[in-house]
Every structure is written in C-alpha cells, then in structure tokens.
Write a protein that binds this ligand. Structure first.
Ligand code: NAD
Length: 489
C-alpha cells in the first residue's frame, strides 16, 4: 500500500453528504496484489437505501430547478480536483482492483474525459422550437428523470462510476450509486471530491452492499431509472426486475470479443494490439480480446503474438485478477481446453510473484486450436487468456463471431480496406474496429454493445446517454388572440 494513502478501516455509506454506518454488517475488502484486508465495507439494509433515496428526493427540486449551465459548474471544479488528486485515485484503484499503476492512471484519465463531456452538455443540448402554425409554437426541452441509480462492477472502480455520475447529475437528476462490494473505495473518493467541488448534499449518495441492495434498488418505488454495468447473468436479472417495476433501465453485461486476423495483417501492429488487448487490466475488461479467429495461414503472426504475450510479466506489466476464485476459474478454463485437445502455447497457470505469493496473479496465456464448441470459446473467461480458433475463410470467421450470445466489441486486422468493411458490416457487435485491439469509442461517441452485452435501448455514455437521463417535455403555446384556429391548433 502506498504510504500516502489513508484508507478508512470501514468503507461506509455516503448519504446526504455525510458518512454513515447505517444498520449494516460488513465484509472484507481485499487487495488482490497480496490478499490482505484493506478495509471493510458495509452491506447496507433496505432502510439505509430508503434514507439515501429520501435524501435524493429532498435535494431534487433545488437541483433540477437550476439551469444546465449552472449545474455543470460543479463539474468544471470536479475536473480540477480529479487532476489534483490523480495520483491518490490511481493508487486507490490499483490497491483495490490490482491493475498496474499505468492502467489505473489511464482509468482516472478517462474519468476526466467523461467529466469534460458533462461540462460540454450545455453546448450540445438546446431546446428545439418551431412555429408550427401561425402564432403557435412547439418547443421540446430535456427535463431530468428524477432520482436515478447506478450499479457498478469491480473492474473499473473509478471509470464506470464516472460513466454515469457526471452526465446523470449534470442533467439534473439525483443519484444513488452502488459500487461493487469488491472495490468500493474509489467511488467514495469520487463522492468526497464532488462534495468539495460544491455539489450540494443529497444529490449523490453512495450506498454500499451486495445483491440484496441491488434488488432493493430495482424495487424502490421512488427510483425512476436504473443503470447497471456487470455480468450478463446479473444484467438480465436487473433489467427484468427494474423494468417489471416500470423503471427505465439500461443494463450492460459481459462480453466475448472476437478479433478476426486476415493473412495480410501487418504483423507487428497486429501482434502488439492483440496481446495488449487480451492482457490489459489482466483481461478484466469488457472490451478485452478473448477470442481470435485466425483466417488462413498466419502462423507467423501467431508466433509474434506469443512473443508479445511472453513479454508481459506478472507483477511488472501485468496486474492481478480480482480474487482467488477468479484465478481458480480462469485456470480451470485453460486446463479444460487443454484436456479437450487445444494447444497451450503460452501458459500463465500457477505463476507467483516473489514477495507477493498470496496475490491473485494469472500470467498471459495463448491457446491455439480452440474449437468453437468448447466452453472457453463461448463463455466470458475474464482473464489474460487468448483463445485462437482457425478457419480457412472470412465468412466462417464471421459465422464464429455471429454465433456468440454477446456483442460488445469486434475488430478485424487487415491492410485491405474493403475486407475491413466487409467484416465490420457483418459482425454482430456494437463497437467494431480495424487494426485496433480495444475499439472503445471516445467521448462524445457513446459506449454500448449489442445482444447480451447490453439490455435496453441507450448506450451508457456520450450523446446516446442524454435521452436515458432525461425525458422530453413538449410545450405548445399560442399568445395572440387574433391568430386563427385551424385543424391543427
Ligand atoms: P457482477 O455482475 O458480479 O456485479 C456487478 C454488480 O452487481 C455489483 O455491484 C454486484 O454487487 C451486483 N451483483 C452481483 N451479483 C448480483 C445478483 N445476483 N443480483 C443482484 N446484484 C448482483 O459483475 P462483476 O464481476 O463486478 O464485473 C465483471 C463483469 O462486468 C464482467 O462480466 C464484465 O464483462 C462486465 N462489465 C461489462 C461492461 C460493459 O460495458 N458491457 C463494463 C465493465 C464490466
């Protein structure tokens, strides 16, 4: 742990601007780098949630009554504070998640970009107005939805909360955020910084907990909208439960991202991008390369990918996975694939880092001759593991990608533009790329997959998120008594 960090022994709730224990019990928060307890986090009760929702409701009229230009001022200040405390936030992310320092810093940098997007909302949203018949005007305006919730996963403890907090709050909503119980500390720091930036109490409330509190969020009658990011299994539960309670919901799920590599691909560019995509954040990214479809004879590229993968070393440029359970699960996938005839070219099982023997490390792993019917080819592994499947032609490669239930990301590696377009037009994924391992759209482009990688209509960031966090009011007005009435007015 960094000597400059002071971590509270208990990660509490943050309700109405103050830290509170509530009626909660606690569980341990571990540092995945050495398995040691770094804090305990409260598991809130439904009464704690009701307190948070009541605080948000109380704050709502004042906050939603301000103009958008007034509200974003807080986020200009917040952005400065994120820059001021970037090292501390980076350390917190590293400590609770296990990713390496540069990855943790990049996550906070992305949080800054997301905040900049929220600051630019007044330049992006203008009411529309038109004289629709003589003397009669129609005007549409974006109004806040009300009290909204955001439920987040462990893998980006700062970035995913910042996918939702700045936009939802700048657009006039009050929010309850429920971070992952495995990585709750960074979200608390974000709440603290927003308070320092001048966000009035009650507008952002952090409620810690697990499954029980997520269910309570979906059921709470005074929460109007729920955003969720996590596994597909839970995304389905949350989407079904929230919408059956007549809330709007966007629920982002897991992924199985396919990279399709054609024989003309640039060898170095392909190898570095594929390896960085599968190993970055220890493969715990919903945009990580997990399956590679090798089209035709590309052994020379596979060899270079293995070389790159071997240069990514645990404890140096490769962090941990989140838990012992995750490490065991990932290693089981590898062993099972090997038993079924796949060939392990680079083996990341049973690795340790001297001095950190209790850390949850898995080394980079490349497995060749994986068959599409194997579990490792179909399920989300969420570790630094690349499964290579072989095909003779591009249409079979596209068929393999299309057979996946997921649809977050897909990339094609080629130097032929028309081939690239052919693949991009046909893969069934919301975010597609050419010669890029992690095709994440940057702001103002929005983030969101297809199929079982996202339930609901909107993307979670960027321009697409505006319609999730607002409702349209349509006003029709006539002031001049001399204006005639006609069939339209
Ligand atoms: P998870 O689904 O286990 O947990 C996400 C949230 O749901 C947490 O806050 C957790 O407390 C809560 N939760 C867990 N089980 C629950 C249950 N049975 N009922 C109700 N709530 C429950 O996900 P995770 O392990 O924290 O995160 C990793 C997953 O998130 C991966 O599948 C990854 O692909 C996905 N993810 C997706 C995206 C995306 O944009 N599509 C982004 C980041 C992560």
């Amino acid at each position: 742990m960094s000597s400059t960090l002071s971590i509270s022994p208990i990660t509490k709730n943050f309700i109405n601007g103050v830290l509170s224990n509530g009626q909660a019990t606690t569980i341990d928060v571990l540092s995945p780098s050495d398995g040691k307890v770094i804090s305990k986090v409260v598991l809130s009760s439904t009464d704690d949630l009701s307190d948070a929702v009541a605080a948000a409701h109380k704050a709502l009229p004042g906050w939603s009554g301000m103009t958008l230009k007034e509200r974003v001022q807080v986020f200009y200040k917040f952005r400065q504070l994120l820059e001021r405390d970037i090292e501390e936030l980076t350390e917190l992310v590293h400590l609770e998640n296990g990713k390496i320092h540069s990855e943790a810093r990049a996550e906070v940098m992305k949080g800054i970009e997301l905040t900049e997007f929220a600051c630019s909302l007044p330049q992006m949203i203008s009411d529309e107005i038109q004289e629709v018949s003589q003397g009669v005007e129609c005007r549409t305006s974006h109004v806040p939805v009300g009290v909204v919730a955001s439920i987040t996963p462990f893998n980006f403890p700062a970035m995913v909360p910042l996918w939702t907090i700045p936009n939802a709050i700048a657009l006039g909503n009050c929010m309850i955020i429920k971070p992952s119980e495995q990585t709750p500390i960074s979200a608390m720091k974000i709440a603290e910084l927003l308070k320092e930036a001048g966000l009035p109490d009650g507008i952002l409330n952090v409620i810690n907990g697990d499954k029980q509190i997520v269910e309570a969020i979906c059921d709470h009658p005074d929460i109007e909208a729920v955003s969720f990011v996590g596994s597909t299994h839970v995304a389905k539960i949350v989407y079904q439960r929230a919408t059956s309670n007549l809330k709007r919901c966007v629920a982002l799920g897991g992924a199985k991202n396919h990279l399709i590599v054609l024989p003309d691909a640039h060898v170095d560019m392909t190898a570095t991008n594929v390896a960085a995509s599968m190993a970055g954040c220890a493969g715990q990214r919903c945009m990580a390369a997990s399956a590679m479809v090798a089209v035709g004879q590309i052994d020379h590229i596979v060899d270079r990918i293995c070389e790159e993968a071997r240069n990514i070393k645990v404890g140096e440029n490769l962090g941990t996975v989140i838990s012992q359970a995750a490490k065991d699960r990932i290693e089981r996938y590898i062993t099972e694939a090997e038993e079924q005839g796949a060939k392990v070219l680079v083996d990341g099982r049973n690795v340790t880092v001297p001095g950190k023997e209790d850390g949850f490390y898995v080394g980079t792993t490349v497995i060749d001759h994986v068959r599409p019917d194997m579990k490792i080819a179909q399920e989300e592994v969420f570790g630094p593991v690349l499964s290579i499947m072989r095909t003779d032609n591009i249409d079979d490669a596209i068929k393999i990608e299309n057979a996946s239930n997921y649809g977050n990301a897909s990339s094609v590696f080629t130097q032929n533009g028309s081939m690239a377009n052919y693949v991009m037009d046909r893969v069934s994924a919301g975010m597609v790329g050419v010669n890029i391992g992690v095709p994440v759209p940057r702001e103002p482009f929005s983030f969101g997959g297809w199929n079982e990688s996202r339930f609901g209509v909107n993307d979670i960031t960027g321009k697409s998120s505006i319609s999730f966090w607002t409702k349209l009011k349509k006003r029709t007005t006539k002031w001049n008594p001399e204006d005639r009435t006609n069939w339209m007015s």
